[in-house]
Design a protein around this ligand. Structure first.
Ligand code: ZN
Ligand code: ZN
Ligand code: ZN
Length: 358
């Protein structure tokens, strides 16, 4: 919510005056909160395309690829010595490939609040017709699964008032010179207005310098109405599209932290989207089916409370993880290569400072 929403606009009608706009009874200065959408949930029975089992294996990493990934990892850490990556000898490679289930729920929510702006000729249409209800107002939905916000002036809620800040003059007194147009003492005549018994030419004998804040005018443009003398007050509809993303990664016991996997992609095994998803049944790994059922149920009960679900999408990826053991200078060490990107994790890299004598 914008900071402007924390304060009632100076010239806003009070809730007592205008609180009876049909459909906007709860709208008050400072924001009316989120509005429950009128659309009821209607889960639709889906097709359940089963993934092809033979596609689910991915080739394990070759030693060359593992070594190259490790070398670029070492050189991307400027302080690391490259010696362990260059000279280490791989002794074992073990796959710990795992599944990631991802649920995305794309929602639209709407909230209203009284707002005001300088009046720039907009018609004062308050009550000339019945205002459309918040969920009847057309809004342009952005691409699915992308966050976006739009603010709309609700038709037939606008009224015009004189700006009270400037008493409809469009200007206010300059606070630096208090309206005089001059502020500092003239440095040439030191405030006397004369120099060598003649009128000071620098300040025109005023003894003071022109105010730079208001350029000598003594007044400034009113910030409330931006000089327009009038304020338009209206109900503002805020439409927010949010993509809620939730992941579940099957525990793989390799020692690699699940958080590391957030930044990588895997091989996409399954993907479908529809208005309201049906849980993914019969996946060979039961933890994925359980996660699908649980997360879909959570999202479909949580988000409709203050938003409207527009679309859901679920994805299953197989994320390659290889645990690599190697020997360097007689000691055993390990690192992980994971994701389509062949990212490397090596928490105990044996030479983290290249200035160590090797
Ligand atoms: Zn001034
Ligand atoms: Zn002077
Ligand atoms: Zn004003």
């Amino acid at each position: 919510m914008s900071s402007a929403a924390l304060y009632p606009p100076l010239n806003a009608p009070t809730a007592n005056m205008f609180g009876n706009v049909p459909g906007y009874e709860g709208t008050v200065e400072g924001g009316g909160g989120y509005l429950p959408p009128p659309m009821p949930l209607e889960p639709v029975a889906p097709p359940q395309p089963g993934p092809e089992p033979e596609e689910w294996s991915i080739p394990s990493l070759s030693e060359d690829v593992a070594r190259d990934a490790f070398k670029s990892y070492a050189s991307s850490n400027c302080c690391y010595s490259k010696a362990p990556a260059d000279d280490g000898v791989i002794t074992n490679m073990e796959p710990f490939n795992t599944y990631r289930y991802r649920l995305e729920t794309f929602t639209e929510s709407r909230s209203t609040e009284w707002a005001s702006k300088p009046h720039e000729g907009e018609p004062a249409d308050f009550y000339t017709q019945t205002a459309p209800r918040p969920w009847e107002i057309p809004a342009h939905t952005p691409s699915l699964f992308t966050n976006h916000t739009e603010e709309i002036r609700v038709p037939y809620t606008s009224s015009v008032q004189d700006c009270s800040t400037c008493h409809a003059t469009g200007t206010v007194q300059c606070e630096v010179c208090h309206g005089s147009g001059y502020d500092k003492t003239c440095w040439v005549c030191n405030g006397s207005g004369t120099r060598n018994d003649e009128a000071c030419s620098h300040c025109d004998a005023k003894g003071k310098e022109r105010c730079t804040e208001c350029d000598g005018r003594g007044t400034k443009e009113c910030e409330t109405c931006k000089g327009k003398r009038q304020i338009l007050t209206y109900i503002k509809l805020k439409v927010e599209w949010v993509n809620h993303v939730e992941d579940f990664v099957v525990e793989q016991n390799s020692g690699l932290k699940i958080d590391d996997l957030r930044s990588v992609t895997g091989k996409e095994l399954f993907k479908n989207s529809q208005y309201l998803l049906y849980p993914l049944m019969g996946f060979p790994n039961p933890a994925i089916s359980e996660a699908s059922e649980r997360l879909i149920q959570e999202h479909q009960s949580k988000y409709p409370q203050n938003s409207r679900i527009l679309q859901q999408r679920q994805t299953v990826e197989l994320i390659p993880i290889t645990k690599v053991n190697y020997k360097w200078k007689g000691d055993s060490h390990l690192y992980y290569v994971y994701g389509n990107e062949n990212r490397v994790s090596a928490d105990n890299y044996p030479a983290t400072c290249c200035c160590v004598i090797l």
